[in-house]
Design a protein around this ligand. Structure first.
Ligand SMILES: Nc1ncnc2c1ncn2[C@@H]1O[C@H](COP(=O)(O)OP(=O)(O)OP(=O)(O)O)[C@@H](O)[C@H]1O
Ligand SMILES: [Mg+2]
Length: 425
């Protein structure tokens, strides 16, 4: 018996003895009292001995009904449910792919997660015929040769790109002819995606800043050299330089705005704001831009207030970008409609244009940072490609959705759909 087992046993015995004494305390007290009485009254020793024996028998009979307690019910080792689970049942429940194979590389067991991730893997099949990547072959062969566990980064490209940390280790440390090995995978696809997004973002942001910066330093050089005494060229260049500097400032503002909104993403909005006022304000402020582009903005907004839980400045930024986009990119349609609906289907605000529309394959990517359908058009319109990324973040914080519908040649509509509102009063 192990030391742990002995400690358990003696603790159980002590507990049972204590329980017996507590349960028979009245009988023991009666026994002591009667014995004292018999001794005082001078009765014979045999009589008092007989009384004592009878009382002790009572104690034993009573305590026999107490159930035996082996250990505290909170001891995990005594939970029979755990003992009833086999290793195979546990492996089947694991969310990570897991494969067991023998010393010849023959597959012995595949858990459902592995079958789901790597297609049907038959028991009895050859592991390395399925995982043909050279780094996987090297890993498996080296663990089989020297028994030292090893890991590699492993990726699958089909049907879609997935990344894993694959680990191989020997199961039976003692060795022997029927050695078994375990190949397990930890899914790193999401971490990989985030890392790629981060590096893409840095690359895009520096590229966007580098272009106007290169143009600025080029003009500075020209102004100090060949154009030093050319007043007309100087005015012309200074104007371009100013535009480039403004572009850089806009980009930095958008980047800061994006990071501020990301930091606030988990803070719920508490203020009540009127969408009618916000939309009317946005239309009024963008009227000059629309007029300059020869666009008529049509309002389809009822006069009454439409209250939502929201941040006034952030929602203004959302509709400003949507209306600005409709004017800039839907310019050829000559008309933009701003509509606010509050009916049984909830609260929906839509900005619709009748411009060239957006090809279907671009729609899911519009809210990615720096994503532009046509980079030249966007640059010509002073776009940074961050507007809809900011819109998406603001709407996530407002528990609202952005629904984009578009037909090439007919125009686009961007609808902000708010979740049912819980506004008091
Ligand atoms: N109404 C629209 N019609 C056609 N294309 C659009 C429309 N709205 C957006 N787009 C396309 O989506 C891209 C992304 O828009 P987004 O608002 O994110 O960036 P941007 O307008 O280029 O820059 P920013 O908003 O930062 O000034 C635009 O560059 C444009 O190609
Ligand atoms: Mg925009």
């Amino acid at each position: 018996m192990s030391i742990w087992g002995w400690g358990q046993e003696s603790r159980g015995l002590r507990q049972r003895a204590l329980q017996r004494i507590i349960r028979s305390r009245f009988i023991l007290a009666a026994a002591a009292f009667l014995t004292a009485l018999v001794l005082i009254s001078g009765a014979s020793g045999w009589v008092s001995f007989l009384i004592l024996v009878l009382l002790l028998l009572g104690v034993v009979a009573l305590s026999a009904s107490i159930p035996r307690i082996d250990a505290s019910p909170t001891e995990p080792m005594n939970d029979p449910a755990i003992f009833r689970l086999s290793g195979q049942q546990l492996a089947a429940q694991l969310p990570d792919p897991l494969i067991i194979f023998d010393h010849e590389g023959t597959i012995l067991y595949v858990n459902p997660a592995a079958n789901g991730a790597f297609g049907p893997l038959a028991r009895g099949g050859t592991l390395l015929l399925h995982f043909r990547a050279p780094e996987m072959q090297t890993l498996v062969q080296s663990v089989m040769a020297d028994a030292q566990a090893g890991s590699i980064d492993y990726s699958e490209r089909v049907p879609m790109e997935r990344w894993y940390r694959a680990t191989v280790l020997r199961l039976d440390q003692a060795g022997g002819p029927d050695r078994q090995y375990l190949l397990s995978f930890r899914d790193l696809t999401e971490a990989h995606r985030l890392e790629r997004m981060r590096s893409d973002f840095i690359a895009n942001a520096s590229h966007e800043l580098r272009t106007p910066l290169a143009s600025l330093s080029g003009f500075i050089e020209t102004l100090r050299g060949p154009a030093r005494n050319d007043a007309v060229a100087r005015d012309n260049f200074l104007e371009i330089m100013q535009k480039q500097a403004e572009r850089m400032a806009r980009l930095i503002d958008d980047l800061l705005s994006l990071s501020r909104i990301e930091m606030k993403a988990h803070i719920a909005v508490k203020d009540q704001v009127d969408l009618t006022t916000i939309l009317n304000h946005v239309v009024d402020s963008l009227k000059p831009l629309a007029a300059g582009l020869d666009i008529a903005i049509e309002r389809n907004i009822d006069s009454g207030p439409v209250m939502v839980l929201g941040d006034r400045d952030e929602l203004t930024q959302v509709f400003q970008n949507l209306l600005e986009n409709a004017c800039k990119y839907g310019q050829s349609g000559k008309k933009v409609i701003v509509e606010l609906k509050n009916n049984g289907e909830g609260i929906k605000a839509t900005v619709q244009d009748f411009g060239p529309g957006i090809p279907e394959e671009h729609i899911p990517r519009l809210t990615e940072r720096f994503y532009r359908v046509n980079i030249e058009t966007s640059r010509a319109q002073k776009g940074t490609g961050l507007g809809l990324a900011i819109v998406k973040h603001i709407l996530t914080r407002h528990r609202a959705r952005l629904v984009v519908r578009s037909r090439v040649g007919e125009g686009s509509s961007f609808t902000v759909a708010f979740a049912p509102q819980k506004i008091k009063g």
